[in-house]
Design a binder for this molecule. Structure first.
Ligand SMILES: [Zn+2]
Length: 209
């Protein structure tokens, strides 16, 4: 999935699990967790090694990472775990090929296609349409729950959005030709502008003033 799909999927998951568990979720943190497995792409570029869809996409690794948070925050950690885990198990496992889902227990690459489910590539119209729908769904929920307004408040956690801005959103637009299909350009641009505005509000209100 592209960044928009990962973020929208994680937001909808965290929001619904938060509602069931009666927990208010930190939205910037959910967005960061949803895209953090793809940090391996940066290591690939920096060190010229093949890493993508490796350890950072492992469900076991995600769970081990979350053990301290489950101990300290108990059920409050669940929406965040879902946000991180959704990247691999609900998105990349079905879309774009295989990943090291069980690292470090096994380095074997797994994907839905090995279980009889047809392989869907990232540029496949089915995936593009799904990501667009997830984006629309996330925006509708953000509007209905007024979560969208949280980006306009000077919450320090909005500074976390610098991570998706710099790792996935800006690189999408700085490389030519655009890496995302035309229909997903606007959703990427929407998140990029919203996150930049949120970050600038914090900088001006909290730091400069
Ligand atoms: Zn990924």
């Amino acid at each position: 999935m592209f960044a928009v799909g990962h973020m929208a999927l994680a937001y909808l998951l965290a929001k619904s699990s938060g509602k069931i568990l009666k927990i208010t979720i930190n939205i910037p943190l959910v967005f960061v967790l949803s895209i953090i497995p793809d940090i391996d792409l940066i290591f690939e570029v920096l060190f010229s090694i093949q890493l993508h869809r490796g350890p950072t996409h492992s469900l076991i690794f995600a769970f081990l990472l979350f053990i301290p948070f489950f101990i300290f925050f108990k059920k409050k950690a669940l929406p965040y775990f879902f946000s991180l885990a959704s990247h691999s198990i609900l998105a990349d496992f079905f879309i774009g090929g295989q990943l090291q889902l069980l690292w470090p227990l096994s380095t074997r690459e797994l994907g839905a296609s090995q279980f009889g489910i047809p392989l869907v590539m990232i540029n496949d119209p089915l995936n593009v349409a799904l990501e667009f729908l997830l984006f629309i769904g996330a925006i509708l929920v953000m509007l209905k729950t007024r979560d969208i307004l949280k980006f306009l408040r000077s919450n320090l956690s909005n500074l976390l959005l610098i991570i998706p801005i710099s790792t996935v959103l800006l690189p999408t637009f700085t490389s030519y030709p655009l890496q995302v299909p035309a229909i997903l350009v606007l959703p990427h641009l929407f998140f990029l502008i919203l996150f930049i505005i949120a970050g600038l509000i914090v900088v001006f209100k909290r730091i400069l003033l």
